[in-house]
Ligand binder design. Structure first.
Ligand SMILES: Cc1ncc(COP(=O)(O)O)c(C=O)c1O
Length: 431
């Protein structure tokens, strides 16, 4: 166990050509001082690892919330991925990414009736969150039958991982129906709804252990077997085990690999691997995080009571979690010169601060880094998940461009999302 990431992290030494291409094409300049990059080749390789580790029939519905950039999702969908949507708007994103309806999974604890109606019309897979939603779906299906496959989210209550805010299988979790002490107690629910053919669990995102991930799937399987025994028939055809495979952020991180996850699942729930039940996963972070990096020009270098500070153009707007909860979230940082070559030299502690108007807008404190000058570029690693997708409009700064490439040496850039203009921002605020 603890043998690693889906794909290796991006090395700042490998992206010089990509950064130069962005500068030469005008994507990175004093007027466009920050850019996000997504390595689409790495993304495809990560998906291939996932696909080859699990049975070929498994549906890998990549969590859109991790990285909603349509071009990146389209790249995954074209290679066989499905998508997990956490809102009606994410269903629209899935459609824009070209995802066939039967590869879309719609999870949300707060779906409105019109949203469910549209999802049923499209035939996407839906995981109901609670009994009221199941009753609502039942009523709606009577008026209009649907091709949607329908499941229910259960809370396996395996407890919190290392990060409370991203642990969703606690006893007081707002998600799903709590699994009762005797799982047979859920049989009447399945008996009432013959269309209820799926079970969904999701334990958390980053900070949950392999044991917790696997225990969540096992508890779901125990429910399925108990329900089938009580009903005297097989009704549940698919088990959605959610996401939660951790990403590597710190050099010391040694998360379980996809192989570790699959092996432990195969021991705990062999049925997922012998064709008895269809497997669905909803991986986000482990696949997307290592494929993205951010580059920002250094606008100013300052010294405040002996603290060396580099002022850059992304802060708590892009890095919501690392700035508000720095004890949990971390990104590796490197310094490049103005043309994208990695800088070396004697390391000193540097504090990397963002552009927003509050004191907590700090991306990294006292990092040992080589000398930094205005005009240098700060490289931030593992930015491919839960960064842009959590963008904060505080101070109304423009969302940087997102550029994709398939091979860092060839450095052919694709604009996945153009940089926002000041007019775009005014429009976003109703102007
Ligand atoms: C229901 C659900 N599925 C999947 C995911 C993806 O988790 P991760 O990105 O950790 O793989 C999340 C993340 O919050 C989620 O809420």
């Amino acid at each position: 166990m603890g043998t690693g990431a889906l794909v290796p992290p991006i090395d700042p030494a490998e992206i010089g050509a990509v950064v130069r291409a962005a500068i030469d094409a005008g994507h990175l300049s004093s007027d466009a001082p920050a850019v996000l990059f997504h390595d689409l080749g790495r993304l495809a390789r990560g998906l291939a690892v996932l696909a080859s580790t699990f049975p070929p029939s498994a549906l890998h519905a990549v969590a859109i919330k991790a990285n909603p950039v349509v071009g990146a999702l389209r790249h995954l969908v074209a290679r066989g991925a499905g998508l997990e949507a956490a809102s009606f708007e994410e269903l629209e994103i899935a459609r824009a990414a070209g995802c066939p309806a039967d590869r879309v999974v719609y999870d949300s604890p707060a779906k409105t009736e019109p949203e469910i109606a549209r999802a049923l019309e499209r035939g996407v897979r839906i995981n109901a969150d609670n009994e009221a939603e199941l009753a609502r779906i039942d009523r709606m299906m009577r008026d209009r039958p649907s091709a949607s496959r329908l499941g229910v989210r259960l809370n396996p209550a395996v407890g919190a991982g290392a990060i409370a805010a991203t642990s969703v299988a606690t006893r007081t979790s707002k998600f799903g129906i709590a699994i009762p002490e005797d799982p047979r107690d859920l049989a009447p629910l399945f008996d009432r709804y013959a269309w209820l053919t799926g079970v969904h669990v999701h334990v958390g995102s980053q900070g949950v252990s392999l044991e917790q991930l696997v225990a969540g799937a096992r508890r779901a399987w125990d429910v399925i077997t108990a329900v089938h025994a009580a009903l005297g028939r097989t009704q549940v055809r698919w088990l959605d085990i959610g996401g939660g495979l951790p990403a590597v952020y710190r050099p010391s991180d040694a998360p379980p690999s996809a192989r570790d996850w699959a092996d432990a699942l195969a021991r705990a729930v062999p049925a997922l691997f012998d064709g008895s039940i269809e497997l669905v996963t909803e991986v986000g972070r482990a696949l997307q995080a290592p494929c993205g990096f951010a580059i920002s020009r250094v606008e100013h270098v300052k010294e405040a009571s002996g603290e060396r500070q580099a002022v850059i153009h992304v802060g708590a707007d892009l890095f919501v979690r690392p700035t508000y909860a720095p004890s949990y979230w971390y990104h590796e940082i490197a310094v490049l010169d103005a043309r994208g070559e990695r800088k070396h030299g004697p390391k000193q502690p540097w504090t990397i601060v963002g552009p927003l108007c509050f004191a907590g807008d700090v991306l990294a404190r006292d990092r040992p880094l080589p000398p930094i000058e205005p005009g240098d570029l700060v490289f931030v690693r593992d930015v491919g998940a839960y960064t842009l997708g959590m963008w904060s409009r505080h101070c109304s700064r423009a969302i940087p461009a997102v550029l994709g490439y398939e091979d860092a040496r060839v450095a052919e850039l694709r604009v996945l999302k153009p940089r926002e203009t000041p007019e775009d921002v005014v429009r976003a605020w109703g102007g």
